[in-house]
Design a protein around this ligand. Structure first.
Ligand code: DQA
Length: 143
């Protein structure tokens, strides 16, 4: 199965950024771990701090891959453009968050992406990505 992980703004700073909220592991080393866990599958990873680049990536891959795991970071709470891009593609998208956005500031409680995603996973640390990948594999394998 072909699964793409997209990380949005500031997630390139994982490991250094607010470690009490996001942990102290960088995403590259966690991605290596995911590749070992899901060694039968083809995982790819893309990160951008730019909204348009995320929209472009969704267009470019969203008719071909089996699933997309998307942590849009702060764009989750602001981006109609990313929501429209998800609506416009055929690959299923799962929204993930490292932190539990619902116990944080009120502005993080609203997501433009949740209504157009297959589902959302929030609050399990980096493990949120592993759960989302497993969900894509399980759901796609169902008859
Ligand atoms: C986040 C939560 C967002 O509210 C925040 O803007 C992020 C990271 C998370 O993974 O917990 O950048 O998506």
């Amino acid at each position: 199965m072909n699964i793409l992980i997209i990380n949005g703004p500031n997630l390139n700073l994982l490991g250094k950024r607010e470690p009490t909220i996001y942990g102290s592991q960088d995403f590259e080393s966690y991605f290596n771990k995911l590749q070992t866990i899901f060694s039968e599958h083809q995982l790819t990873y893309f990160q951008s701090n730019h909204e348009g680049a995320i929209v472009d990536k969704l267009h470019e891959t969203g008719f071909a891959v089996d699933g997309i795991v998307l942590n849009a970071g702060a764009y989750t709470h602001t981006s109609v453009a990313i929501a429209d891009a998800i609506k416009g593609i055929t690959s299923p998208v799962i929204e993930v968050h490292i932190s539990n956005v619902f116990v944080r500031e009120e502005f993080r409680h609203h997501s433009y992406l949740s209504p157009v995603c297959w589902g959302s996973i929030s609050g399990f640390g980096l493990q949120s990505y592993q759960l989302a990948i497993q969900a894509i594999i399980n759901k796609t394998l169902k008859p």
